[in-house]
Design a protein. Sequence first.
Length: 140
Amino acid sequence: MSGQSNQAVLPDAKTAYDHLFDNVHAQVFFGRLAQRGIIPQDEKQASDLFALAGRLRHVAQAEKTAGDQESPYAGALRALDNLLSQSGLGGQVKQAQARERELAIKEAAAQVAEDPAIYNAVLSLKSYEASLAAQQLQQR
């Protein structure tokens, strides 16, 4: 297949974004909530949960930028990390956590990559990003 006909089957950028949001982000978001026993009963509750998450993310980022306020648990975490390090377990715990995160990311990526619609949505967004970058370079 030529590059030209390949591009004809890709969705436009907005459709691609919406597809990824609905089929990746929303599933992960609601899956994590469901693990904690939080399951929206209707579209309004789902919408409210998204709004709540967005506002909480904004607050969390604002707190990170403030930087001077420390969590009341940070001292306990540092003490525990020091104790684990002294006993020789600190590095092992951190390595195990990093491996778990990396494995979870790889498994999730492999699952979504198997869906041709998601694959095409990612290609579409990357193509759109490349066209924006090319436009910016031409304007210089």
